[in-house]
Design a protein around this ligand. Structure first.
Ligand code: SF4
Length: 584
C-alpha cells in the first residue's frame, strides 16, 4: 500500500542559522512588503496551499505536515510508514531539505523522496540533496500520473485559511479569510518571474468556471465561517468569463463575498472599476516593477491614476517594484524608488531583480557569467544582498539600498494598515454615493457590457446594498488599530494621518461602539508590550505545526474533505524571540 507524506520545510523561520536567514521569515507581508514598519507590520504565515490541494486530489492515503519543527518531522518519518515523502520548498530553504532527505534515507530507507516547489529548479540539485524524483511544474497532475491515478478526474478544492498566526501591533485581531486556488501559472512570460517559468508559461486552471469558484467559496466559507477569500491566481481576472460567472453566481445566491487577488495592470483596465467593485475585489497586488515601463503589462497605463481610482473605490493596492534591474545605476535607482513611492499604493513591495533558477533571467545571467555562484542558496531570497554582478552596486550597497527603500516608503506614507483603512473608508463613501446616484438616474447593471446603463428602473440595487455592507465590515476591522498607529507613528505626518483616518471613520460610520473602544484599548496594550519586545530585536513568532491526514480513497466517489482540520492544529501559545525560536 502506498502512503504519501507531503511536507514543508522545518522551522524555525526567520532565524540566522546554518539552514536559513533572519531576512527570510516565511511571512509574506512582514518579510518584503511592510518590512521596516516594526510593530505596525501585519504578521502572519500562509499555509503551503499546494500541499493541501495535492493531498485532496489523490487516491492514495496522504498526510500533510505544514510548518513542522524538527521533532515533528522526524517523529512523522519514524512512525508514519510512508512509502513516499514529498518535500516542497523555495530556493533559500534547500539546506533544510538536504537535512530532511538525509534523515529520511537513514530512518525510512525504502521511502521514495520526491522534491517539488520553486526550489526544485535549482541546477545541480542532485549534488545538494539526495532524492529520487523531482516535480518541477504543477504538482496535482504530476502526482496523479506518478501514482497511476486518473489524471482527468475533477479537481476537488480543499478547505484552507489563507493565513494563520495573524496579528498586528502584537494583537490577534486580523480576521480570518479562506484561500481559493483557482489556477497556477501566467502567460505574460516576464523574464524574471519564477511563476511563469515554473509552469512553462502556461496557465493551468484548477477551477475553470465561475460556478466552480463560487462552490469552493461556499464550501470554505461554511467550514471556516468566512465570507472573505484570497484568490490564489497570478491574474484571476485574466479569465474574464470565469470572473463574470462568479459574479452572476454570487448575485443569484445573494452572497457578497470579498476577495484579495493578484492582477496585472492591463487586465484591470480591460474589466473596469465598476466590475471589480461589484465582484467584491478589496485588495489587489499589482506588479508595477519600474518607471522605465520595461514590461508589456504596464505599457501605456497611467499607474498613478489607476491606483488612485482603485483606492477611491475601496480596493487597497499592493504595488510591487523591482530593484537592481539592468538600467539601474546610483541615480536611476533612486528615481525608480521615488516613482514607486509616488504611486501612493497602500503597501509597496521592493524585491530585488534576482535571477531565480528556472527563469530566463537566470539562464541569461548564467550564460553571461554574471552569477556569483559562491553565494550560498539561503542568501538568495531577494531582501539582503543580490547574488549577481551588477555594474553599479557592490553587494553591501544592495542590502542597504533595499532596506532604505522600505524605510523611505514608511517615512513618507506611514503604516500600511492606516493606508489600507483610508482606502476602505474612502471606497465606502464613493461607492455609497455612486449607488445612490445610479438609483436616482434609473441605472442598472448590465452583466454583458459590465457597465451601469440607464434603463429607467429606479429600484434599489439589492446586491450593491449587500456589497456596501461587506465594504463596511472590511473597513471596520481596522478601527481598533488607529490609536496604536498614532501613538507609535514614525513621524508627525503619520500620526496626523492616523488621526485623520479615525475622524473620517467617525464621520462615515459614527462614533466607535463600546466594543470597538475596548478593542482599541486592548490593541494599545498589546502594542505597548510588542514595542518593548521589539526593542530587543524583531519579534519573531513561529507558526504552529499543522498536520492533517487524508484516508485511502481508492474506489470512493470523489468527495472533498469537509472536516475543518484548522481548529485542531497545534499553535505555540507564546510569542518567541528569534533567539528562543532558534533554540527550539
Ligand atoms: S505578469 Fe506577474 S505573474 Fe505574470 S509573468 Fe509577469 S511577473 Fe509573472
Amino acid at each position: 500500500m502506498k502512503k504519501l507524506l507531503l511536507t514543508g520545510v522545518f522551522k524555525p523561520f526567520g532565524v540566522s542559522d546554518e539552514y536559513g536567514e533572519a531576512l527570510c521569515t516565511m511571512e509574506l507581508l512582514n518579510n518584503q512588503v511592510t518590512r521596516e514598519q516594526g510593530i505596525h507590520s501585519p504578521r502572519s504565515n500562509n499555509p503551503s496551499f499546494g500541499l493541501y490541494l495535492m493531498a485532496e486530489n489523490l487516491e492514495i492515503p496522504a498526510t500533510v505536515l505544514d510548518f513542522p519543527d524538527w521533532e515533528d518531522f522526524t517523529k512523522e518519518i519514524r512512525n508514519g510508514n510512508y512509502t513516499h515523502v514529498g518535500i516542497s520548498f523555495i530556493v533559500p530553504n534547500v539546506l533544510k531539505v538536504k537535512r530532511m532527505a538525509e534523515y529520511v534515507r537513514k530512518h525510512a530507507p525504502n521511502a521514495v523522496i520526491i522534491l517539488g516547489g520553486h526550489g526544485a529548479g535549482i541546477p545541480g540539485l542532485e549534488e545538494i540533496v539526495d532524492y529520487d524524483e523531482v516535480c518541477r511544474g504543477e504538482g496535482v497532475f504530476w502526482l496523479r500520473r506518478y501514482f497511476g491515478e486518473d489524471v482527468d478526474k475533477p479537481i476537488l478544492h480543499p478547505v484552507s485559511p489563507s493565513a494563520v498566526r495573524k496579528y498586528v501591533y502584537g494583537a490577534p485581531i486580523i480576521s480570518d479569510a479562506g484561500i481559493i486556488i483557482t489556477g497556477v501559472g501566467c502567460q505574460n512570460t516576464c523574464r524574471f518571474c519564477a511563476t511563469t517559468h515554473k509552469f512553462e508559461k502556461q496557465y493551468t486552471a484548477f477551477l475553470s468556471t465561475g460556478k466552480e469558484v463560487f462552490d469552493a467559496c461556499v464550501k470554505t466559507g461554511a467550514a471556516l465561517k468566512v465570507e472573505d477569500f484570497a484568490l490564489m491566481d497570478e491574474n484571476f481576472c485574466k479569465s474574464p468569463k470565469r470572473a463574470r460567472e462568479l459574479l452572476v453566481n454570487m448575485e443569484s445566491h445573494g452572497k457578497a463575498y470579498t476577495f484579495s487577488t493578484f492582477s496585472s495592470a492591463e487586465t484591470i483596465g480591460k474589466l473596469g472599476i465598476d466590475f471589480l467593485v461589484r465582484l467584491g475585489v478589496k485588495f489587489l497586488w499589482i506588479g508595477v516593477e519600474s518607471k522605465a515601463n520595461v514590461f508589456e503589462k504596464t505599457q501605456g497605463i497611467d499607474l498613478h491614476a489607476l491606483i488612485a481610482d482603485l483606492q477611491n473605490h475601496g480596493i487597497t493596492v499592493l504595488a510591487s517594484a523591482i530593484l537592481f534591474m539592468e538600467h539601474h545605476d546610483k541615480q536611476t535607482i533612486h528615481e525608480d524608488i521615488d516613482w514607486a513611492i509616488s504611486l501612493e499604493s497602500d503597501l509597496l513591495q521592493f524585491m530585488q531583480f534576482g535571477p531565480i533558477p528556472g527563469t530566463r533571467l537566470y539562464k541569461d545571467y548564467d550564460a553571461e557569467g554574471k552569477l556569483l555562484k559562491d553565494i550560498p542558496w539561503p542568501k538568495q531570497h531577494g531582501q539582503d544582498e543580490i547574488w549577481f554582478n551588477h555594474p553599479s552596486f557592490t553587494l553591501k550597497e544592495t542590502a542597504t539600498y533595499t532596506r532604505d527603500a522600505f524605510i523611505k516608503k514608511f517615512q513618507t506614507h506611514g503604516p500600511g494598515v492606516i493606508n489600507m483603512a483610508h482606502s476602505y473608508v474612502k471606497g465606502y463613501i464613493t461607492v455609497a454615493r455612486e449607488v445612490a446616484e445610479r438609483q436616482k438616474r434609473g441605472m442598472t447593471w448590465n452583466a454583458e457590457t459590465l457597465r451601469y446603463e440607464e434603463t429607467g428602473n429606479h429600484a434599489p440595487d439589492e446586491f450593491m446594498k449587500l456589497r456596501l455592507e461587506a465594504m463596511k465590515r472590511s473597513a471596520l476591522e481596522f478601527r481598533p488599530v488607529f490609536k496604536a498607529a498614532e501613538l507609535y507613528a514614525p513621524n508627525i505626518a503619520a500620526a496626523k494621518k492616523a488621526r485623520m483616518v479615525a475622524e473620517l471613520y467617525e464621520a462615515t460610520f459614527g462614533p466607535p461602539t463600546l466594543t470597538e473602544r475596548v478593542q482599541g484599548l486592548a490593541v494599545r496594550g498589546f502594542a505597548f508590550v510588542e514595542s518593548i519586545r521589539a526593542k530587543d530585536g524583531d519579534v519573531m513568532r513561529q507558526p504552529g505545526t499543522i498536520r492533517h491526514e487524508w484516508p485511502d480513497r481508492h474506489g470512493a466517489v470523489p468527495q472533498a474533505t469537509e472536516e475543518n482540520h484548522w481548529v485542531r492544529h497545534r499553535e505555540h501559545k507564546r510569542p518567541q524571540t528569534a533567539a528562543a525560536a532558534s533554540r527550539e
